[in-house]
Each structure stands twice: as C-alpha cells, then as structure tokens.
Design a protein around this ligand. Structure first.
Ligand SMILES: Nc1nc2c(ncn2[C@@H]2O[C@H](COP(=O)(O)OP(=O)(O)O)[C@@H](O)[C@H]2O)c(=O)[nH]1
Ligand SMILES: *[C@@H]1O[C@H](CO)[C@@H](O)[C@H](O)[C@H]1NC(C)=O
Ligand SMILES: *[C@@H]1O[C@H](CO)[C@@H](O)[C@H](O)[C@H]1NC(C)=O
Ligand SMILES: [Mg+2]
Length: 384
C-alpha cells in the first residue's frame, strides 16, 4: 500500500523526469536543425553567408546535357514572334515556358519580342531565363502602330462610343485597334523579322497541351505552306460590317490576284457574294512571312487600311489574315495543325485518338472546339 505522501512523491518524480526528457529532446531537436548551430559547428564566421545545409551542390557530371534531337539534321529559317506589353510579362512567361518544354528546348528556334514601348529590364531578364535560344527585343516604329493622321478622329470616336453602347468586345479601345492593324499589315515588315522566312505567333496566357516531336516549320517549308492554324471560328458581325465590301472592291480592281484552287469556299457560301465570317484564330499562327511581304498582300492591306475600317469599325487581324491567306494562296497551302493541342481562352483544340497519345496530351479530348457549332473547321474540311 502507498501512503499518500509516497504517492505525491512518485507523481512529482514522473512529472520532473517527463519535463526533463521533453525539454532535452526539444532543445536537441532545435539545435540539430538550427542554422546557427551548424554554422557554429562548421566554425563559420558570423559575417559569412554560407550555403544552407540542405543544399547539396550537384556535381557537373551529374547534369545531363540537353538532348540534341534533330532527326533531319536541319532547321528552318524561322522564329517565334510575340507582341506584348511589359504588363503582359507573367502571361508571356507562362506561354513561353510551355512552348520551350513541349517543343523548343529540342529545337532552339529564336524568339522575337515586339512592343511599341521599350521592354523593361525585368521583361528581358525574365524571358531570357526561360530559354537557351537567341532572343531579341524590338521597338515598333511609331507609324506602324498609332492611329494614322488620315483617320478622322471624330468619326472614329463616334464609332467607338457606339460599339461600347452595343457591348462589342474591345469596342472602345484604340490600343486594341492599333494592335489589330499592326498585326494585319506591319509585323512582318519589322527589321527583326527581315531575316526570317517563317514565324510562329505566340500570345500571353495560352496553353500548349502536347509534346511536339517534329518541326512544324519544316512542314511549312517542305510542303510550300503559307499559313497554319489550330482553331477557326466566326467573327462578330459588329466588328466588320463593311470589310467584305472592301474585299470585293479590291478583287474587282485587281483581277488575277487569286490563284485557282484558292480557299474562297472557306470564306463564302455564295461564291464570294457575301462573307460567312469564318476566319482562322490568329492568336495561333505558323506562317510564311514572305507571303505577307508579297506585293499582292501588301497592296491588299494598304487598300483596307485606306478604307479606315481598322478605326471606323474594329477590323481584326484574324479576318484580314484569313481572307488574305484564303484568297491569295492555294487551299493546299493552308495547313490545319491537327496534332498541336492549343488553348486560348475560351476555346481549345485538343488532338483526338492516336494523336492524343502520341503527343502525351493533357487536354480532355472531349473538350475540343473542332466541330462545335461555332467552329468553321467543317468548312475547311469541305475544301478538300
Ligand atoms: N505591345 C502591345 N501589345 C499588345 C497591346 N494590346 C495587345 N497586345 C498584344 O497583342 C496580342 C493580342 O492581345 P490580347 O489582349 O491577347 O487580345 P485577344 O486575344 O484578342 O483578347 C497579345 O499578344 C497582346 O500581348 C498593346 O497595346 N501593346
Ligand atoms: C531566311 O529568309 C529570309 C526571308 O525570305 C531571307 O531573306 C534570308 O536570306 C533567309 N536566310 C537563310 C539563311 O536562308
Ligand atoms: C507574289 O506571289 C505571287 C503568287 O504566289 C507570285 O507569283 C509572285 O512572284 C510573288 N511576288 C514576289 C515579289 O515574290
Ligand atoms: Mg489573346
């Protein structure tokens, strides 16, 4: 039998030893992981800035050199091109990282960035971090960007206000119109693009879903393609009310500019009388710069530009490029890049069947715009 006194002593002893054990282990644990204590054990001076203890340096010969995959042993004369503002940086980086991972770290095509304002040091630093390929940053000449003097600003302003009232997307924006005009008629003339034949346009905040283990630029070059797309759809009528009239006028004034086997049937269901508003979505483009630099397209752009529709309406570079490609190239020169999984909000092309597996694509094959009601792909298919 324990006396009450003994009982109290025993409980006290247990409490004391528990406290001792706990405080010891706590202190020991704290000491073992404390950075200061390790620094102390290594006898580092307190003013030094030692490597954290968890950071084991990786020996040089553990680092895999980047795999050279160049099965054809040749490259195309090509570059990526990104039009962006400094404020688009994070979205640009996100797109660029995916492009590098899915494709370009194997191929190392250069990147060209264009802006009407100088790129910031941060923009340059952050983009350079993403790639080993050459990068250049170009300033857009003023005349290629800002609203030209021949535009009647009163008339343009009234048009913008009307579009805002009608909730037309970007309807009130002058910079957006500058962007559409620049992409329609000027990007391919920029000095940084003079030395390239092919380009791949990349926008901020897009997704590339699949590994691309072949070179799309060589597909263009070897098959004499001029325009490649992944998504096509209908344009908003409110942005282009008089565009097709201008196109018809140009064709009447310039007979013979459309080759046989063109893709007019993609644009029009009545042999050119009216525009069905189908266009390739130009936020993704793989194209031939020399095609845009050709006198026919340049003349076409100048004609449209003089009509003022980039400012009096809100003509987009997507319908302008699409009409140019469909009318001035043969239909077989326009390529659907079926195996490139791509998303720009709010639509995506997700490769189907075998192509989905081959590309190790991560998009849901059921989420695919190709034959949704608002897609124009069926009209492209019907060309062939
Ligand atoms: N430098 C510059 N780039 C622009 C401007 N506006 C749009 N962009 C770029 O033009 C492209 C299309 O613009 P975005 O805002 O994505 O238009 P959306 O795709 O039609 O909604 C993107 O690459 C943008 O970064 C601008 O005012 N200046
Ligand atoms: C690349 O293409 C451009 C435009 O066609 C051309 O001027 C240039 O000479 C080409 N460069 C090479 C190396 O073929
Ligand atoms: C423009 O394109 C047409 C049709 O493809 C071609 O015949 C002509 O030679 C091109 N012009 C130039 C300057 O390359
Ligand atoms: Mg965009």
């Amino acid at each position: 039998m324990m006396t009450p006194m003994r009982y109290v002593l025993l409980v006290l002893a247990i409490i004391i030893s528990l406290h001792y054990i706990l405080s010891f282990s706590h202190e020991g644990y704290g000491k073992a992981t404390s950075f200061k204590s390790i620094a102390g054990q290594l006898q580092l001076g307190s003013g030094q800035d030692p490597e954290p203890p968890y950071k084991t340096p990786i020996p040089e010969d553990y680092i895999h050199p980047q795999k050279e995959i160049d099965p054809l042993q040749r490259k195309a004369n090509a570059t990526f091109v990104v039009l962006a503002r400094n404020g688009d940086l994070q979205g640009v980086i996100a797109s660029m990282k995916q492009m590098e991972d899915r494709f370009n770290k194997e191929f190392e095509y250069p990147w060209v960035f264009l802006n009407e304002e100088p790129f910031s040091d941060e923009f340059k630093h952050r983009t350079r971090e993403i790639t080993n390929a050459p990068i250049s940053y170009g300033l857009i000449p003023r005349d290629n960007w800002y609203q030209p003097d021949f535009i009647d600003e009163e008339k343009a302003k009234a048009a913008r206000e009307k579009m805002v009232k009608n909730n037309v997307i970007y309807g009130g924006s002058v910079p957006y119109r500058n962007m559409c005009r620049f992409n329609s008629g000027f990007f391919f003339r920029h000095e940084l693009l003079q030395n390239y034949r092919y380009y791949w346009r990349v926008e901020p905040d897009v997704k590339f879903f699949c590994d691309i283990h072949y070179d799309p630029f060589l597909i263009m070059e070897d098959n004499n393609k001029v325009y490649g797309f992944t998504v096509s759809l209908y344009e908003y009528e409110a942005t282009i009310p008089t565009l097709w009239n201008a196109v018809k006028e140009f064709l009447e004034e310039n007979p013979g500019v459309t080759p046989e086997n063109n893709a007019m049937a993609f644009l029009s269901d009545d042999n050119g009388e009216s525009y069905n508003r189908c266009h390739f979505w130009s936020n993704f483009e793989i194209g031939d710069l020399d095609f845009w630099r050709n006198e026919t397209y340049m003349k076409f752009f100048d004609f449209l530009d003089q009509k003022g529709g980039f400012y009096y309406e809100r003509w987009g570079d997507a319908p302008v490029h699409s009409i140019g490609a469909a009318l001035f190239a043969r239909k077989d020169q326009i390529h659907f890049f079926e195996d490139i999984g791509y998303r720009h909000e709010p639509f995506q092309h997700c490769p189907q069947g075998e192509a989905h597996s081959r590309g190790k694509c991560w998009c849901d094959p059921n989420d695919n715009f190709d034959y949704q009601w608002y897609s124009c792909l069926k009209r492209y298919d019907a060309l062939f």
